[in-house]
Ligand binder design. Structure first.
Ligand SMILES: [Fe+2]
Length: 250
């Protein structure tokens, strides 16, 4: 293959990637536009009341779960190498205890200067980074009525996707050391009954990844993600959690 053909081929692959990804994102966004238009002010007030009391609330059916599954599967199949692995045991670190954990996370913007340089000429990364960041901003605009009611003085800061494969988990912890943030999360489990558990009145209460739900998680709520285990012998268990982080406006 000569150089021109090689470059044309690369361009075609990149264009397909971009169109495929854009299509999946548009399906997700359209489904949110539809469901948000059906939520009443009374519903929103009810969710905000629960959030103020528990530090967490689950809102059902905000995203079409098939559209979300199509997007998640596409992202993991085509951008797995950009996910960062986290693994550690329970330990003390600068005076605070870090819970055991094992998971991967895709940040939509490079996390370090090193990553910025390493990814500067990576065309596939650019597509995922740009499109997923645009999607996050758009979704933050769509869910604004809900997010304002749970935290008036917060703004969308950044987006990422958590990924849990078999044996992955996060031990019991809270996130208030990162500041007074609020997370808006769109979890989905495949071939496993995944959940987040929230500590409330000294009990760990499971909130299963109900299809298309939006979880709103405050920084002070203690929570964990139980180990992802196989429930079907031949099917890979996976849990995804697209997360928008909101920080207080100073
Ligand atoms: Fe957390």
């Amino acid at each position: 293959m000569n150089k021109v053909h090689y470059l044309i081929n690369i361009k075609i692959v990149l264009m397909c990637n971009k169109d495929d990804l854009k299509y999946r994102i548009s399906e997700v966004i359209n489904s949110i536009i539809f469901s948000i238009s059906n939520i009443t002010d009374e519903d929103i007030e009810k969710y905000a009341t629960t959030f103020r009391e528990v530090g967490f609330v689950q809102i059902p059916s905000i995203i079409d779960s098939e559209a979300l599954a199509n997007l998640y599967q596409y992202v993991i199949d085509n951008s797995y190498k950009y996910f960062v692995s986290y693994q550690g045991k329970d330990r003390e670190y600068f005076g605070r205890s870090i819970s055991g954990h094992r998971f991967k996370r895709l940040f939509f913007k490079p996390g370090t200067e090193y990553d910025k340089i390493a990814l500067a000429n990576d065309k596939i990364w650019q597509i995922f980074s740009d499109e997923l960041e645009m999607m996050s901003v758009k979704i933050s605009e769509l869910i604004r009525p809900i997010m304002i009611s749970v935290g008036e003085n917060y703004r969308y800061d950044y987006g990422s996707i958590f990924y849990y494969g078999e044996n992955d988990f996060i031990g019991l912890h809270h996130d208030s050391h990162y500041g007074d943030m609020i997370n808006a999360q769109f979890p989905m489990s495949m071939n496993v009954d995944g959940c987040i558990r929230i500590k409330y009145n000294d009990e760990l209460i499971p909130f299963y990844d109900n299809p298309g739900c939006l979880n709103i998680l405050g920084a002070h709520a203690w929570h964990d993600v139980p180990t992802i285990s196989k429930i079907y012998n031949d099917k890979k268990p996976q849990r995804f959690n697209f997360t928008l982080v909101y920080m207080p406006i100073n």
